[in-house]
Ligand binder design. Structure first.
Ligand SMILES: *Cc1c(COP(=O)(O)O)cnc(C)c1O
Length: 790
């Protein structure tokens, strides 16, 4: 092997050797899972030498570091083969031996160390930075259990543990030589790193994702054991290893909250110590630290980096407070991901005092320093500037003050930050604020998941430059009226729809019609994302067909995919409600040939890769001003699905690129919401909009059964009565219902002319160039990190 060639003999010999030593099986007898593992190990052998070379190439350069509590990586095998440009060769070799590559691929567990958009963005950024030859290293936590596996039991979500490395993890290298100690007030924990290679497309640059695993100082205490205290001998290890046990431990108790805080400090401290150790090998002067390091905080989860870097620089490296402050703010930058006030992270002062007293003292000093700065500038210090306020620590304020850059993730979001949410801060530090509209990697979300469309694009553009330069898709615009091209595009869409139908048949046991419109909403379950609005629409459509069986309906398959946070009662109620609607619709013979509802179980990256390419319609229907950017919207666009959506997040920029006439925009805009907020009475649409009362009332009139959980009554009350923490229908579902329904009618009319529909779909593909995470990462590298390419 060598270069980008995978030679047949060598591949098979190496796989066989792996199988013999690790599974005690020959190729003939090995299971698909065992073959997947053997193949992956062989691929790692290919990666390793280039990985080291790539690292050496950047030894003296400034590097960027991404601190994130989440990485939603998905599967690695095919992605690595594609980026190494040997996928086809490997596939051919294996298939000639009677193995089915797709079957091996399906054996890999998703590395699902994240919840949704924020974690998937981190994964896309790593892929883009490596591809664009930027030295970007990811730091995070190696959770033993990633996001839970979702099952439905009688329509209710049930969570199961996701022990993703149970059968081993061929993609990580344990680095005991780089372990560090993290000190809590009354506990010392060992942070043990595992490195995963991030292979850039073309294999020129291979970066690293370093994930920390927590262990006790003494994994096992022999002395204690020999005193017959068998439990005691393991105690330290059990307590410490809890830190990296699960992603988002239940935090409804104080214990749970403390554990989350420990997770944050654990990975931030370990990562910063790691950087400092490395820096010391070649440098002495820590006043230069920021010239070699740019550290991006992915939301406020790693915000404790501000006081921790101050601690390391002032106490361990003996910089003055002033010098350390300059280095810290110049090194760190912060990305804000949400406008929702309740999602802005804050911690009780008491937790910090108990767990991290030294860090608390530093935060207090930072807080005071800001007040002095404000006083000197003659500015009053309102609540918005109090990092410590009413016994809590505001992590967002700490992040803005302790860094040189605060960015939002779409134009609208950044403007709302500047003008409303963080206006005080923007007025104080206008130069710190900037926008970086999110993006997605076209390697995973088109080249890998939709090879057929990829091939067509490459043929039309006369090359595959688009794989590393998505703006090239502009060149597709000229085929927007070309019947032959649109027909081939249509054939591909139909093929992807058939493939999804087969997959859904197997995994959900539901038969869907590939000729129907695939209308898809896939994203985390949250009230602001308004899955309930789509459910009400489906139910209304159902009742209208029952009233008027002769009414024409273009056949439609409504597909949902979503996990609800385990403690989010309402989100779980919405899942149960959708599953009840699904049962009603799918079991009614009158709906045959008209509509079907699917709620895919355990939505995740590998499932997403099958859903986006098959979509006809992308549902992006959040309450305006609530979705910071969205990235699912971009994956749909890139695969040729027009959006039905609100003027929110990146939807606005999507429509700008693809044309409003090629998408379906509806509903209240941010300004509309501002102007009606005070006077809004959801009873008005509830009473006046034809059919709306009928669907809302199914929550309480016995149509559906929530098994006395009170879930449906709670949803009903949230819409019409409100609760002590919110007004009725604070996400404006009832107000937007009529316009949504009207727009869905337009969708149906437009789709009847399938040729014309494919023109809209094509305009979306051709306009998707802006939404590559390659573009986003170039902007971070140039405008925030000031990095040079390798
Ligand atoms: C892209 C993606 C998301 C984010 O979807 P949004 O619609 O932007 O919220 C969440 N989960 C998975 C698995 C994804 O691939």
């Amino acid at each position: 092997m060598g270069g980008n060639k995978m030679d047949r003999e060598t591949l098979l010999e190496k796989m066989e050797a792996r199988l013999l030593t690790e599974a005690k099986k020959t190729m003939e007898k090995a299971s698909e899972k065992e073959k997947y593992h053997a193949l992956s190990k062989v691929v790692m052998e290919e990666i390793a030498p280039n990985w080291i070379q790539s690292e050496e190439r950047f030894t003296n350069s400034k590097k960027a570091y991404y601190l994130s509590s989440e990485y939603l990586m998905g599967r690695a095998l095919t992605n690595n083969l594609i980026n190494m440009q040997i996928k086809e060769q490997v596939e051919e070799i294996l298939e000639a031996e009677g193995m089915e590559f797709d079957a091996l691929e399906e054996q890999e567990e998703d590395a699902a160390l994240g919840n949704g958009g924020l974690g998937r963005l981190a994964a896309c950024f790593l892929d883009s930075a490596a591809t664009k030859d930027y030295p970007l290293m990811g730091y995070g936590i190696r959770y033993q259990y990633g996001i839970f596996k979702q099952e439905f039991n009688n329509g209710f979500q049930v969570e199961k543990g996701d022990d993703w490395t149970r059968d081993g993890d061929p993609w990580s290298v344990k680095r005991r030589d780089r372990a560090v100690t993290v000190q809590f007030h009354d506990e010392e924990v060992v942070a043990l790193p595992y490195d995963m290679p991030i292979v850039g497309y073309g294999k020129n640059t291979i970066n690293t994702l370093r994930l920390w695993e927590a262990h006790g100082k003494k994994a096992f205490d022999l002395e204690t054991f020999n005193r017959q205290d068998y439990q005691g001998a393991l105690e330290e290890e059990i307590k410490a290893s809890a830190i990296s046990k699960v992603l988002y431990p239940d935090d409804s108790t104080e214990e749970g909250k403390i554990l989350r805080l420990k997770q944050q400090y654990f990975f931030v401290s370990a990562s910063l110590q790691d950087l400092i150790h490395k820096y010391k090998e070649t440098h002495e002067d820590f006043r230069e630290f920021h010239r070699f390091h740019a550290i991006q905080l992915n939301d406020t989860h790693p915000a404790v980096a501000v006081p921790e870097l101050m601690r390391l620089l002032t106490t361990e490296e003996e910089l003055s407070w002033e010098d350390a402050w300059e280095v810290t703010t110049k090194t760190l930058a912060y990305t804000n991901h949400t406008l929702m006030a309740e999602a802005l992270e804050q911690w009780p002062v008491d937790f910090y005092k108990k767990l991290l007293p030294e860090i608390y003292e530093i935060i207090h000093r930072i807080h005071n320093q800001l007040l002095v700065e404000l006083r000197d500038r003659g500015i009053s210090s309102p609540e918005e500037f109090q990092i410590i306020h009413h016994d809590s620590i505001k992590m967002a304020w700490l992040s803005i003050y302790g860094t040189h850059s605060t960015n939002g993730v779409a134009e609208l979001h950044t403007n709302l930050l500047k003008n409303i949410e963080l206006k005080h801060w923007y007025d104080l530090y206008p130069d710190r604020f900037n926008n970086k509209t999110n993006g997605i990697t076209q390697r995973r979300w088109l080249l890998k998941s939709n090879p057929e469309l990829s091939e067509l694009i490459t043929e039309l553009l006369g090359g595959d430059d688009w794989v590393v330069n998505l703006e090239k898709l502009q060149g597709l615009r000229k085929y927007g009226e070309d019947e032959k091209v649109l027909e081939r595009f249509d054939d591909i869409k139909r093929e992807k729809k058939r493939e999804l139908a087969d997959f859904i048949q197997i995994h959900e046991d539901i038969t869907i019609d590939p000729e129907s419109i695939y209308d898809i909403q896939i994203k985390r379950l949250h009230e602001y994302k308004r899955q309930l609005l789509m459910a009400f629409y489906i139910l209304d459509r159902y009742y209208r067909i029952k009233d008027n069986p002769k009414e024409e309906m273009y056949p439609r398959t409504f597909i949902f995919g979503a996990k609800a946070a385990p403690g989010y009662f309402r989100a779980k109620g919405i899942i149960k409600f959708i599953n009840e609607v699904k049962k009603l619709v799918n079991e009614d013979p009158d709906m045959r040939g008209k509509m079907k509802v699917v709620f895919v179980e355990n939505y995740r990256v590998s499932y997403a890769e099958k859903l986006f390419p098959a979509a006809d319609l992308s549902e992006q229907i959040s309450t305006a001003g609530k979705e910071a950017s969205g990235t699912g919207n971009m994956k749909f666009m890139l695969n040729g699905a027009p959006t039905i959506g609100t003027y929110d997040g990146a939807n606005i920029e999507i429509v700008e690129e693809a044309g409003e006439e090629n998408n379906f925009i509806f509903g209240l805009r941010v300004e509309d919401i501002e102007s009606i907020r005070e006077s809004y009475d959801p009873k008005v649409p509830y009473e006046k909009v034809a059919g709306l009362k009928r669907v809302v009332d199914t929550l309480v009139d016995g149509t559906f059964d929530d098994e006395n959980t009170g879930m449906f009554q709670d949803l009903y009350d949230a819409l019409l009565k409100g609760a002590h923490w919110h007004k009725p229908d604070h996400y404006f579902i009832l107000q937007d219902f009529e316009d949504y329904r009207r727009t869905q009618r337009q969708v149906e009319e437009a789709y009847r002319d399938r040729k014309n529909w494919m023109k809209k779909a094509w305009a979306n593909v051709a306009g998707a160039g802006k939404f590559s995470s390659d573009r986003t990462i170039e902007q971070y590298a140039k405008e925030i990190w000031e990095l040079q390419k390798g």
